[in-house]
Design a binder for this molecule. Structure first.
Ligand code: ATP
Ligand code: MG
Length: 419
């Protein structure tokens, strides 16, 4: 038997309903905050990710699914969505008429990481981006919107971590400080960290390796060295969060995995998923639109790990069942034809009903109705049909009545509205 690829997965029912529910809730909330959907391809030119995410990140160094297509071009299955959203923003000149654009997109991402719980090679993100607003209010808005989504979904045990990563004025001098610190600790660091210390010393702070974490415990912190505008920006974000009852903490060690972030960075973490603690992450990336060849436009965004969010929610929320309202039991050819017709009519009225075309016995079909947890069954034999009436039975009470064929749909619809 051919099995699916390692690190990939099928989403089956009833879990699939959780996915739908999250998606519906997210769309509703985002739209009411003025975010609109953008749909993007999952394949992009490799260069897009190399330039935006950064050559020395884990993703670009070792996790991308990259191949040469038949025309000789290097293409990559997107490992994240921001780069593509920015590409589309620039390519379609969305900044021209109205530079402020608030967008979201939902879909699969691909990273060749070591598969484990909460970590897949094809995973899904709900990605939200806002272009053209430099103000810290939008930073706060994003964090609050994210928290609100989780709250609406009944998620508990999540903590928000926020930090500021500075800007091209205050980060470079800090980087030099950090580099000097890293030099002192070089003997305790892993090979990845040593390789990255020149080009990307901030990533050393993000290394998950225990010995690296220990070595870096006393490293200088950027938050203490922010320039005045960055410090004020961060203060406003905090002020807006403080005004509302969202629980968050300032996490000076939070750096985020990608190179393009500036100023506000944030992450939502949970202790419900073991080591894969990050459910959503994001931040401001004021330089990226320009880096990718667009105008100098600030932007900020976040991505929710859809798979992980589902796993968190599944721990507290029982999967919803979707039983049919009615189950038609046709006993005979004519009855089957009628049952089919009734199912079609009810579906048009938004009511889910089922029937069975196997020709099995009343007993067997009653069992199936029970398994499906239908609320009503309609027993219809060819004989009964000729007299123009059928038997309606409530599965909950066992009560039975004879109803006329003519009034049947109306009776079922009324029963459904009452239920
Ligand atoms: P992590 O530190 O867990 O690797 P990350 O910093 O690489 O996360 P981002 O690139 O910020 O993650 O992506 C945003 C969200 O996408 C993460 O918070 C996480 O919930 C989810 N995510 C990232 N990688 C995976 C994966 N391989 N499988 C499932 N979800 C993932
Ligand atoms: Mg990662």
């Amino acid at each position: 038997m051919i099995q699916l690829i390692r690190g990939f997965k099928d989403i089956l029912q009833p879990e699939g309903r959780l996915w739908q529910r999250i998606e519906t809730e997210a769309r509703r909330l985002f739209e009411s905050h003025g975010y609109h959907e953008i749909r993007l391809p999952i394949l992009e030119k490799t260069e897009l990710f190399a330039r935006s995410i950064g050559e020395t990140t884990d993703i670009v160094e070792k996790e991308m699914y990259t191949f040469t297509d038949r025309g000789g071009e290097s293409l990559t299955l997107r490992p994240e969505a921001t780069a593509s959203v920015v590409r589309a923003y620039i390519q379609h000149k969305l900044s021209g008429t109205e530079p402020i654009r608030k967008l979201y997109t939902i879909g699969p991402m691909f990273r060749r990481e070591r598969p484990q719980k909460g970590r897949y090679r094809q995973f899904y993100q709900i990605d939200v981006e806002a272009f053209g607003i430099a103000s810290p209010y939008v930073d706060a808005q994003m964090i609050l919107m994210l928290a609100s989504l989780l709250e609406r979904l009944g998620v508990t045990g999540i903590s928000a971590h926020v930090n500021s990563l500075g800007c091209p004025d205050c980060r470079p001098p800090y980087r030099e400080n950090l580099k000097a610190f890293i030099e002192e600790k070089a003997s305790e660091l892993c090979d990845d960290c040593l390789r990255r210390r020149d080009k990307n010393p901030l990533r050393v702070l993000d290394c998950k390796n225990e010995s690296c974490r220990k070595a870096m415990a006393q490293a200088p912190e950027l938050l203490d060295k922010l320039c005045k505008p960055c410090a004020e920006h961060f203060a406003t974000v905090r002020k807006e969060l403080d005004k509302r009852d969202i629980s968050y903490k300032v996490d000076k060690r939070l750096v985020r995995g990608l190179d393009y972030y500036t100023r506000t960075a944030f992450e939502l973490q949970t202790d419900m998923l073991g080591a894969q603690s990050s459910v959503a992450g994001g931040g401001r990336y004021d330089g990226l639109v320009k880096t990718l060849g667009g105008p100098d436009i600030p932007a900020i965004g976040f991505a929710i790990g859809f798979d992980r969010l589902v796993e968190v929610i599944a721990q507290t929320l029982p999967p919803e069942e979707c039983p049919p309202h009615v189950f038609f039991i046709p006993l005979g050819e004519k009855a089957m034809e009628k049952a089919f017709d009734l199912c079609m009519q009810l579906a048009e009225q938004g009511i889910h009903s089922e029937t069975d075309y196997s020709g099995r016995s009343l007993k067997a079909l009653m069992k199936r109705a029970d398994r499906l947890a239908a609320s009503l069954v309609v027993i219809m034999g060819d004989n009964e049909l000729s007299t123009g009436s059928v038997t309606l039975k409530s599965m909950a009470t066992g009560e039975q009545e004879t109803v006329s064929m003519e009034g049947l749909i109306q009776t079922l619809v009324q029963g459904f509205r009452k239920a």
